[in-house]
Design a protein around this ligand. Structure first.
Ligand SMILES: *Cc1c(COP(=O)(O)O)cnc(C)c1O
Length: 352
């Protein structure tokens, strides 16, 4: 608290990000980073940035990158909006498309930034409970609303909703915007960008942070029909005109040029995920089916808070949310096979 803070600054409850410890001795499985690093071409592109490129302002529209990313999704250059990480894109979507008189709907257990933006932008919202198995059921959203936002796969549960359900949701809510936040889609799902052509109320958000292993760079995008994209552009240009910097634009272009690398890294993550899930089950964990690069698991007779603390003592950081319904769960990001072996060994030791 400070007397210098505005009413807004005083009132807000800020988002608490996962810890980013200094030093490298810890095994970091708490923020869903990808262990394999970006495509080699990304590092080459970074090494090739010239003084002249840095001297000048970047292309404010990121036109070349926008066209390339849209093309990857089978879309046109005017159907994409780029931002500094998908968090920035999401913030613009809250202000431009999701703020209405009727409440915004999202799952009671989902990305914890959503209520933070609602508070910041004064968006009324209503949390829709996930089912007991932590699945999203489209019929639960049949209530008057000003918009809907759902991460798919959901975070922190990892559960995915089939594309048919997304399609039904879009048809049932033709009069409001439905945002599908696809931060983890490359780890085993089909993107809803395939539905953009048929649904003018759909906005799909993607990021370079997870599957492309570029969380340090901050690149995200929204895909939708022109009307929605123009809404985002209006808001961005009115109070925030930070384009992607020239380095981020070049790096992301290089990432898009090597889809083979992304595919093979995602496949490795998925194989490690499945192996880790079985091992955890054998140790007495219930593990939700995951389509993401993390697992959400609860031990049958150990408190998650205790496990979290004991893992930390052994140099392994996972994520623990002290929130209703999920206070018995740990969210464990998928690292290398070595990282996961260290996690499993630490758990063996704790449970022994
Ligand atoms: C990680 C994550 C984001 C944010 O990603 P950035 O592009 O790094 O800002 C958005 N939504 C969900 C559900 C995430 O898990």
């Amino acid at each position: 608290m400070s007397r210098f803070w505005s009413d807004l600054a005083t009132r807000l409850t800020p988002y608490v990000p996962g810890e980013q410890p200094r030093g490298t001795r810890l095994i970091k499985l708490n923020t869903n980073e990808n262990p394999y690093g970006p495509a080699p071409g990304v590092l080459a592109a970074l090494a090739n940035i010239s003084a002249d490129q840095l001297r000048r302002y970047p292309d404010p529209e990121s036109s070349e990158l926008g066209a390339a990313w849209a093309a990857r999704e089978g879309l046109q250059a005017d159907q994409v909006f780029l931002g500094n990480g998908s968090d920035e894109v999401l913030a613009h979507a809250f202000a431009a498309l999701l703020k209405h008189e009727q409440p915004l709907l999202f799952p009671d257990i989902s990305y914890s930034f959503y209520p933070v933006w609602c508070e910041l932008y004064q968006v009324p919202f209503q949390a829709v409970p996930l089912r007991d198995d932590f699945s999203v059921q489209v019929d639960d959203y049949n209530t008057p609303c000003g918009g809907i936002i759902i991460p798919n796969p959901n975070a922190p549960t990892g559960r995915i909703m089939p594309l048919d359900d997304v399609s039904r949701l879009l048809t049932a809510h033709r009069d409001c915007v439905v945002v599908i936040d696809e931060a983890y889609i490359d780890f085993g799902g089909h993107s809803a960008t395939a539905l953009v052509a048929d649904h003018n109320n759909l906005l799909v958000i993607q990021t370079a942070s997870k599957s492309r292993s570029m969380a340090g760079m901050r690149v995200g995008a929204a895909f939708g029909q022109r009307e929605l994209i123009q809404g985002l552009v209006r808001v961005k240009d009115s109070f925030n005109s930070y384009p992607l910097d020239v380095v981020a634009q070049q790096a992301m272009l290089a990432s898009l040029a090597d889809e083979e690398w992304i595919d093979s890294c995602c496949k490795r993550v998925v194989a490690t995920r499945e192996r880790t899930a079985s091992a955890l089950q054998q140790m007495g964990f219930d593990v939700l089916p995951s389509a993401a690069n993390f697992l959400f698991a609860r031990h049958k007779n150990q408190h998650a808070a205790d496990l979290f603390a004991a893992l930390r003592e052994r140099g392994v950081i996972v994520r623990y949310f002290n929130k209703p319904r999920i206070e018995q769960f740990l969210r464990i990001s998928i690292g290398t096979d070595e990282d996961m072996d260290a996690l499993l060994a630490a758990l063996q030791d704790i449970l022994a």
